[in-house]
Design a protein around this ligand. Structure first.
Ligand SMILES: [Zn+2]
Length: 334
């Protein structure tokens, strides 16, 4: 356990460091001082080029800070790749981790022929989908409608898919669903799956937290939060699309034990392009793999765990059953 904690605390995400120093209001000196005491995670060359130009063109950084950050980027790109996925997920899933990885489907099911939505009124489509979802809740999500809160919807022309911000995180007056309008929203059914993920998955989750008031709640429990939302997505999407989405997530688990950084990058680029996504999605997937280890796999592993658990208990009953326990990435305890 001690060595595990030291792995967690000694490793530096250069991506997070650069975005904190270049984009956020913070005590830059303190952030940089803390970063220099850690060892950076392996950084692919194309990312080090991106980070270097971001640092050089930043107006928020002093010349001294730029110098230190450029040195960190240089060190990270010379770092050998070390895979920490077992260190991260074994304490989270315990002995079920091997079974989850072994049972994952490995071939990608074909995509569906989807209706394009580019150029359409995304806000109107979002509202239509939410209305339709309220009316057609599947039996596996029985009782969930009562947990969907009111929220505002904002459409932003930017890279990404969607985000859900509860008031407990944003401090705003109401929960907010932010939908990104770009060509990676592949079509109506794919977009509907995204809305399911955000609304059935994330909005209800925070309602459960508000109602059940667990003694502890970790907002950073990615496998718990994203696993639940991804399970909702697999359960409620158009049937053939759900098979495709699940198989694509599971296929990515082939890279769980990856050791060859070059091959991992080219495999991610091949699969994202096969799925129809832009180069920007491929690059951000590679960035997540190396600079936010475990984050990408949390979606599939969490959803696979819930899929197995919900074969014997209704989702709402499950959340009630852990009401007295701490809520975080603690699957091994449940
Ligand atoms: Zn999510």
């Amino acid at each position: 356990m001690t060595s595990l904690l030291s792995t967690y605390t000694s490793k530096l995400s250069v991506s997070q460091l650069i975005s904190t120093c270049c984009d956020e209001a913070c005590d830059r000196q303190a952030v940089i001082d803390a970063a220099t005491k850690q060892s950076p995670l392996f950084l692919p060359i194309f990312l080090s080029d991106i980070y270097r130009s971001k640092i050089e063109s930043s107006e928020k950084l002093s010349a001294v800070h730029k110098d230190v950050l450029l040195k960190i980027v240089k060190t990270a790109s010379a770092e050998p790749f070390c895979n920490y996925h077992c260190d991260i997920f074994e304490p989270i899933f315990g002995s079920t981790l091997d079974a989850l990885l072994k049972n994952a489907v490995t071939e990608i099911e074909p995509p569906i022929v989807d209706t394009g939505i580019s150029g359409h009124d995304i806000l109107k489509i979002t509202k239509e989908i939410i209305r339709e979802l309220h009316e057609t809740i599947p039996p596996s999500l029985k009782g969930i409608a009562g947990y969907i809160p009111d929220f505002t919807i904002k459409v932003v022309p930017n890279f990404g898919f969607a985000e859900y911000w509860p008031t407990s995180l944003s401090g705003a007056d109401a929960d907010e669903l932010i939908v990104y309008d770009n060509p990676d929203q592949l079509g109506y059914q794919n977009f509907r799956a995204t809305i399911i993920h955000e609304v059935f998955g994330h909005s209800t989750f925070y309602s459960f937290v508000n109602e059940l008031q667990p003694p502890f709640f970790d907002h950073g429990a990615i496998a718990f939060l994203e696993g639940w939302a991804t399970w909702c997505e697999w359960t409620t999407s158009h049937r053939d699309l759900a098979k495709h989405l699940k198989s694509a997530r599971c296929k990515s688990l082939e890279l769980f034990h990856g050791t060859n950084a070059e091959k991992i990058q080219s495999d991610i680029r091949t699969v994202t392009s096969l799925l129809g996504y832009s180069k920007a999605v491929a690059s951000s997937s590679i960035e997540y793999y190396f600079q936010y280890p475990g984050l990408g796999f949390s979606y599939a592993l969490g959803a696979l765990w819930f899929e197995h658990r919900f074969s014997t208990i209704e989702p709402i009953e499950f959340f009630k059953s852990i009401q007295q326990k701490p809520w975080g990435d603690f699957f091994a305890l449940w």
